[in-house]
Design a protein around this ligand. Structure first.
Ligand code: SF4
Length: 245
């Protein structure tokens, strides 16, 4: 029958029970809630160093709870990571051996410590060679034509500390699981530059002055400011001018 009068798909919505409501958004927020603990100055995290260095500075000096929306986005990233692990682990892909999914990381530099578990990187053996794979979930890999600098920074640091000098960045679409892989070679100079970023962060934390708003100074990183919880404060501390958009 036509017009939804008999057995049409739309007829089934008549059976909804309006008095029974489940606020699943709230349930997800509850599930993802973690007790908030401010970070300790002098201990830094490898996963953060690819972000805008001023933003990282704010997270130490003006700690905030993570926005629930961002928590959800990060959780999707974790889910994608777990999916990639399953693919690499599968016996249907016998040419790849998954070696580890969580690498401990500790490095002392001058008077500070870089520490943490590297949990977005997977260690695999392919053709007898060890390879670090950093997984990044993406909205649309069609726009990704080269590895993102902030992801390369992180991977260079991991390659430097683990001594595994072959790596790859794997971008995977959240909507349809299409992916792109970019092989990355270890570059000692790039690794030294990353360590210098930590030194810059540490010295600014010690003197109590924010570093430059670096993400605002480069077309490739300005997108970071859209998702930054400190955006308003950043513009108060450094108003827009010819150098910082
Ligand atoms: S608004 Fe942009 S430049 Fe400022 S702290 Fe945030 S990410 Fe960095």
């Amino acid at each position: 029958m036509q017009n939804g009068t008999d057995n049409s798909i739309t007829d089934f919505t008549n059976n909804l029970t309006p008095d029974l409501t489940i606020d699943f958004n709230q349930m997800i927020d509850n599930y993802l809630h973690r007790e908030f603990r401010p970070k300790t100055e002098g201990t830094y995290y490898p996963s953060e160093i690819g972000s805008c260095i001023r933003k990282v500075w704010y997270t130490y000096k003006f700690p905030k709870q993570l926005d629930p929306k961002l928590k959800k986005i990060f959780e999707v990233g974790n889910m994608m990571h777990e999916f990639v692990v399953k693919v690499l682990q599968s016996e249907k892909n016998p040419h790849i051996e998954l070696v580890s999914t969580e690498l401990p990381f500790k490095r002392e530099i001058e008077d500070f410590l870089i520490s943490g578990r590297i949990d977005n990187v997977i260690l695999v053996k392919a053709d007898g060679k060890q390879l670090l794979i950093e997984v990044k979930s993406a909205k649309d890999i069609g726009w990704i034509r080269e590895p993102k600098p902030e992801n390369v920074i992180q991977l260079q640091l991991y390659m430097h500390v683990t001594g595994i000098h072959d790596g790859a960045l794997l971008y995977i679409n959240k909507s349809d699981l299409e992916s792109k892989v970019f092989p990355i070679k270890y570059d000692p100079k790039a690794a030294a530059d990353v360590e210098n970023r930590f030194k810059t962060l540490n010295s600014h934390i010690k003197i109590g002055l924010p570093p430059d708003p670096e993400a605002r100074g480069n077309l490739k990183t300005q997108w970071m400011c859209r998702y930054c919880e400190y955006r308003e404060k950043c513009y108060i501390d450094t108003p827009k001018d010819g150098k910082w958009v």
